[in-house]
Ligand binder design. Sequence first.
Ligand SMILES: Nc1ncnc2c1ncn2[C@@H]1O[C@H](COP(=O)(O)OP(=O)(O)OP(=O)(O)O)[C@@H](O)[C@H]1O
Length: 348
Amino acid sequence: MTGLSVRDLVVRYEGPGRGWTTAVDRVDLDVADGEVLALLGPSGSGKSSLLRAVAGLEPPAAGSVTWSGRDVTSVPVHRRGFGLMFQDGQLFPHRSVAGNVAYGLVMAEVPRAERGRRVELLLETVGLAGYGSRAVSTLSGGQAQRVALARALAPAPQLLLLDEPLSALDRGLREHLTGELHDVLRSTGTTALYVTHDHDEAFTVADRVAVMVDGRLAQVDSPGRLWHAPVSREVAAFLGYGPFLAAEVRGDAAHTLLGPVPVREPIAGPVVVGVGPSALQVVTGEGWTGGDDLDVPVVATRFVRGRTEVDVTLPDGSAATAVAPGATAVADRAQVRLDPDAAVVVPA
Ligand SMILES: Nc1ncnc2c1ncn2[C@@H]1O[C@H](COP(=O)(O)OP(=O)(O)OP(=O)(O)O)[C@@H](O)[C@H]1O
C-alpha cells in the first residue's frame, strides 16, 4: 500500500453551548503516490478539518489515517514527515530568505554544503534564484508565499498538505502561481493534498478533485470528469452550473425549453439540465434561426473580461446569464441559444 488512505474519518468540535459540530463525517479518501488531490468545497464544508486531521493537528473522533501502509492516526504531527503550507506562510521574520528555506534542513541535520545547494535549487524552482540573502520583510506577498512553498518542499516531504496557500493573493498573481505550483509539484514528484474553495485553482493544480459538502465527499474525480459529469445538482451548482432547467428524457437526450441536451451517462429517475457558465449564447444578426432559440427579456448587461454578459429571464421564470463576444450592443430583448455540449444532465 503506497500513498495516503483515510478511512471512516470523523472530526467533531464541541459547540459553544450544548451539542457538537461534525465537520468531517465518515470520510474515505485515497491519494496515490505522486498524485495531487484538491479538496474543493464551500466555506465551512470541512476541508481544513480534514486536512488538519491528516496532518495530525486535529485528533479525529473516529477513523484512521494511513501513509504508505503505516497507520499514523496517533502519530504526533512532527513525526509524520508531512510538509505543511498555509494561507499565510508565516515566514520567520528575522531570518533571510535562505534561512527560512533551510529551516527544515537544519532540523533534519543535513550537512551545510548540501543544505546550501538544496536551498539554491529550491529558490530556482520557485522562481526566486538570487533572493537567498534578502530579508523576508522586503518581499511582496507573492514572493513570500513562494518562499513558504520552497521552505515546505525543502525537506522533500513524503506528503505536502496545503491549506488555501494562495488565497491571500490577488487574482492575477494567484492564477500565475497556481500554474507554477502545478509545475513544481509535478517536477518534484510530490504527493499533495490541496485545500481550496476556488474551482479554477483546483482544476489547474490537481490530478483529481474531491468536492466536499457538509463534511462529506460528494464526488472525487478527474477535473474533466467532474466538469462534464457532476453526480448531483449540488455538485453542479457548486461548480457554477445554473439555472437548472426542467427536462424530460426521450431517447438519448434530455429535452428542455432550450432544446435537447445529450444524456452522456444513464441516470435513473427524473433529471434537470444545468446550464454551464458559457452555455447560453446571445445570437446576433443572421445567426437567428428560430428553432430552439428563445427571444427573452434582458435584465442587465455588463462587459467582463473581454466579453458581454447579459442577464435574462427565461420563459420558466429562471434567471440566466448569456454571453456575447466582445462589446456587443444588446437592447431590451435578446435571442439566446443553449450550447448543448456546455450543459449537463443531473438527477433532479
Ligand atoms: N476549532 C473549531 N471549533 C469549533 N468549530 C469549528 C472549529 N474549526 C472548524 N469548526 C467548524 O467546523 C466546520 C468545518 O470547518 P472547516 O474550517 O473545516 O471548513 P472549511 O471547508 O475549511 O471552511 P473555509 O473554506 O471557510 O476555511 C464549520 O462548521 C466550522 O464552523
